[in-house]
Design a protein around this ligand. Structure first.
Ligand code: BES
Ligand code: ZN
Ligand code: ZN
Length: 496
């Protein structure tokens, strides 16, 4: 999608659809007034009839009858000025994108007065709006031809009232275009079915990313590294594991080193602790953590954060083959700790701990892991909010705040020591599951046992938001690519 930014009279713009973004005080908006006047007060009349109040999400599109160069003219309500957040702009972008598609318009013009928003950062305003406009056009077409009717937006020109802000807005749109590509890749990786998206194939998608050095370790190397916990999960599948590491180094010197670890189970059948069929249906999405990390790394050189970033994925498939790990088996992790695997469906944590042990050999400042780890997280927080835990309150706070701007909600759960006893095994150092209650927390506590005390660590359980059951403002059914935006925002803030 192409974006341009300029100042001037919105009604003069040549495009298919001209839309002004207003708040509740739309009657005072100069763009609205000019447009309405050119249309012979048609908008005022219709909006009154139809109770348009500039509330969030209200919109009206009319045919311009050649009174302006654009074929259609419209208004989009953003609501109360003080309540407009970046996420409102992202959603508005998504809805406008869909309106444009319905009207089969390729080129639109948007008019925005900065006075309509209380938000201060022009780059982030454009970024959020741009992300919504782009993300809403996503379609997964690997297995199905594009429908003849779809006709997607190609060009957006934004007309503002302050020429000093143009360069910032352009930067924001550039970032949106980059992130859009990263999120599209993440969604494609998740949506591709598990017969095609094997660990090997996932590792291929991490190869050749611009500005990133990627290394793939195969079974033999994984064995040599003594990643016994990860191998235990992988051994039940005919598709061999692939350990992926990706490295981005900024051009200048950086003292900060961020390790991003993503769960990469390409299919989670549960293993011998087999899942019921219904719960297995969407388990191709069990590599959504990996998709977030790879999606981000695929565009990181365009985002150019000033910190060093390493990405890690211990990719494997969790299957109940004759060689599969059995409930009750004991395995030895890379750290040397033994684990009694009582439930082979609690496999994510077994792969993550070896990836985390490996990642920490490089002594990162921050280590953030993300995983579709527990069904319990869906029970606790629903399917739109991720659970976050960790050993550093500042890091957690920062990630939650980045998530808020990125439109990716997170809620902190306590890593209460009270539940640590549940992971004690009579015959090994740990067992891999707790009693059943508080499953998201016991999973977090299990991971924490493998975090070095000096590393600032956060764990994000994305079991809910990784997948969308329905098409929303800028999301479509299937993988969402959640966390790509939050991670990008986090790295940007670290760069300041
Ligand atoms: N991949 C699942 C978690 C999951 C469930 C993700 C639903 C997305 C939607 C994970 O590997 C798993 O099966 N966890 C078990 C843990 C239990 C055995 C302690 C679970 O949540 O039931
Ligand atoms: Zn599982
Ligand atoms: Zn899983």
């Amino acid at each position: 999608m192409k974006f341009s930014v300029s100042t001037g009279d919105v009604t003069k713009a040549k495009s298919d659809l001209m839309m002004v973004l207003v708040n509740k005080e739309f009657a005072k908006d100069q763009n609205f007034k000019t447009l309405d006047k050119k249309l012979g007060t048609l908008l005022t009349q219709l909006l009154k009839r139809e109770n348009f109040e500039g509330k969030w999400g209200q919109s009206k599109v009319v045919i311009s009858h050649k009174k302006i160069p654009a074929l259609y003219a419209g208004v989009f309500g953003l609501g109360d000025k003080d309540k407009i957040e970046y996420e409102c702009l992202r959603k508005a972008g998504g809805r406008i994108s869909k309106i444009a598609s319905q009207l089969k318009t390729k080129k639109i013009t948007l008019g925005l007065k900065f006075g309509n928003l209380a938000l201060k950062d022009p780059a982030k305003i454009a970024q959020a709006l741009g992300e919504g406009l782009i993300l809403a056009t996503y379609e997964f077409l690997r297995y199905k031809k594009k429908s003849k009717n779809s006709f997607y937006l190609e060009e957006v020109s934004l007309i503002i009232d302050d020429s000093k802000k143009i360069s910032f807005l352009k930067k924001g749109f550039e970032k949106a275009v980059a992130l859009g590509a990263g999120i599209f890749l993440a969604r494609d990786l998740i949506n591709t079915t598990a017969n095609h998206m094997t660990p090997m194939e996932l590792s291929r998608s991490a190869r050749g990313l611009k500005g990133v050095k990627t290394r793939i370790l195969g079974s033999a190397e994984i064995k040599r590294l003594k990643m016994g916990s990860y191998l235990g999960v992988a051994q039940g599948s005919k598709n061999p594991p692939a350990f992926i590491e990706m490295h981005y180094k900024p051009s200048g010197k950086s003292k900060t080193h961020v390790a991003l670890v993503g769960k990469g189970i390409t299919f989670d059948s549960g293993g011998l602790s087999l899942k019921p069929p219904k719960q297995m249906e969407t388990m191709k999405d069990d590599m959504s953590g990996a998709a977030a990390v790879i999606g981000l790394m695929s565009v990181i050189s365009r985002l150019a954060p000033k910190v060093e970033v390493w990405g890690y994925v211990a990719a494997a498939e969790n299957m109940p083959d004759a060689s599969a790990i059995r409930p009750g088996d004991i395995i030895t992790s890379m750290k040397g700790k033994t684990i009694e695997v009582l439930n082979t469906d609690a496999e994510g944590r077994l792969t993550l701990i070896d990836a985390m042990t490996y990642a920490q050999k490089r002594k990162p400042t921050y280590m953030i892991d993300c995983a579709t780890l527990t069904g319990a997280c869906l029970v606790a927080l629903g399917d739109r909010i991720s659970g976050i835990m960790g050993n550093d309150e500042k890091l957690i706070e920062s990630l939650i705040s980045c998530g808020k701007d990125a439109g990716e909600k997170m809620w902190q759960l306590p890593l209460a020591e009270d539940y640590k006893d549940e992971l004690k095994s009579p015959i090994a150092d740990y067992k891999n599951v707790g009693s059943g209650y508080g499953g998201t927390i016991t999973a977090g506590l299990f991971l924490q046992e493998f975090v070095e005390p000096k590393v600032k660590w956060a764990h994000i359980d994305i079991a809910g938001p990784s997948w969308s059951d329905k098409s929303r403002d800028y999301e479509s059914i299937g993988g969402t690519g959640v966390l790509v935006r939050t991670y990008a925002e986090f790295l940007e803030r670290l760069s300041k």
